[in-house]
Design a protein around this ligand. Structure first.
Ligand SMILES: [Zn+2]
Length: 183
């Protein structure tokens, strides 16, 4: 079960006891650009819960095993062993159990914005293509309507023989097909 302590809003320290080893992980940075460094120390299994003390801009973390007490100083992104005599026991507080272990998926964080960028970039030409398709359709519709209008206006002056229905010219006085007298 890993233990977590927030050194600052952008820096967290994780402590986990894995078998005979203590895994110390320092995660810093904001979401999407986290950096992580860690060290593993053969401490043996803990006999006490890990504790933490704020020291200046960093912290001291402590875990106690059957053999001895281990203290590390975490400051400025560095993890180093510290002298046990430097431990201010009266200021110590227990580290908090965290459900999730140290974040190890950082490589995926920068990929997600890139994938979203590709999607956005690919979506833009799709929209533009759709725009072109819409324009092409409207062109076809307008030209078709124009054709209908043209044929309609053409059929306006176009006359037909009232007798046989044959098409006759406007100026014709007689039907060329049946000889019916036109107006
Ligand atoms: Zn006729």
């Amino acid at each position: 079960m890993p233990y977590q302590y927030d050194i600052s809003p952008t820096q967290k320290i994780y402590l986990d006891n894995l078998g005979d080893n203590t895994l110390i992980t320092l995660a810093s940075g904001g979401p999407g650009q986290q950096q992580q460094s860690g060290t593993q120390v053969a401490t043996g299994p803990w006999t006490e819960l890990p504790q933490v003390v704020r020291v200046g801009s960093g912290v001291l973390v402590r875990c106690t095993t059957g053999q001895r007490t281990f203290i590390w100083q975490v400051q400025g992104g560095q993890i180093g062993a510290a002298d046990a005599t430097a431990w201010p026991a009266d200021q110590a507080e227990p580290m908090q159990v965290t459900a999730s272990s140290a974040p190890v998926m950082q490589p995926m964080a920068p990929m997600q914005p890139m994938q979203m960028g590709d999607m956005q970039m690919s979506a833009s030409p799709m929209t533009m293509r759709m725009g072109n398709m819409t324009l092409g359709k409207s062109h076809g519709n307008s030209s078709g309507a124009a054709d209908g209008n043209a044929s309609g206006t053409a059929s306006g002056p176009q006359k037909f023989c009232t007798q046989c229905g044959a098409a006759v010219s406007t100026g014709d006085r007689f039907c060329g097909s049946c000889g019916h007298q036109l107006q």
